[in-house]
Design a protein around this ligand. Structure first.
Ligand SMILES: CC(C)(COP(=O)(O)OP(=O)(O)OC[C@H]1O[C@@H](n2cnc3c(N)ncnc32)[C@H](O)[C@@H]1OP(=O)(O)O)[C@@H](O)C(=O)NCCC(=O)NCCS
Length: 144
């Protein structure tokens, strides 16, 4: 599995080091012609967990994806890893679907994604957008 991932074009790797010691990495794909980036793997050494390094690597991967024009980051998260699910949820990822027997050991994954570029509208934002559109339409009618 790893060989096929590394051989694919568009693979990017980020490594977190503290005083020369590797304490985490992140592998992600940015493929030509695809609007989304795919986060393949992210891990932090056990002794360095819960210190914000995972969030830092994830943010760096998202920034790079945005920089080269991607609008969405996708990730498949092992269903038997509640810490990973909570990690991605806390970073704004949402549930998309379940992928059964996704890993070589037969485990299933939860597909999650996050919009990483473009306009972010919450409930209030959508309301403001509707009001602005309605006002613009009214103005256009008056100017005719
Ligand atoms: C998932 C993983 C990458 C998180 O890395 P991390 O550096 O420990 O995470 P951070 O310190 O950046 O945590 C950011 C937020 O994620 C959430 N989070 C992370 N680990 C969590 C846990 N074990 N339980 C609950 N929430 C968690 C929290 O909201 C946390 O914010 P907080 O510490 O202010 O509460 C790390 O636990 C890991 O390497 N796990 C094994 C590999 C893995 O599952 N990778 C992900 C699948 S690709």
């Amino acid at each position: 599995m790893w060989r096929s991932v590394v051989q694919r074009s568009g693979l990017r790797a980020l490594v977190a080091e503290i005083r020369g010691d590797v304490c985490g990495y992140c592998l992600f794909h940015i493929n030509d012609g695809k609007p989304s980036a795919y986060l393949h793997s992210l891990a932090i050494t056990p002794e360095m967990k819960r210190q914000g390094l995972g969030r830092l690597l994830l943010g760096a991967a998202e920034s790079e994806a945005v920089r080269v024009g991607r609008r969405l980051m996708r990730v498949d998260v092992r269903m038997d890893s509640p810490e990973a699910k909570l990690f991605y949820e806390s970073a704004g990822y949402r549930f998309v679907s379940v992928k059964t027997v996704h890993y070589e050991d037969g485990s299933s994954a939860t597909r999650m994604d996050k919009r990483i570029a473009g306009r972010e509208f919450g409930k209030a934002g959508r309301l403001v957008e509707k009001v602005v559109c309605a006002a613009a339409a009214m103005l256009r009618r008056r100017l005719r």
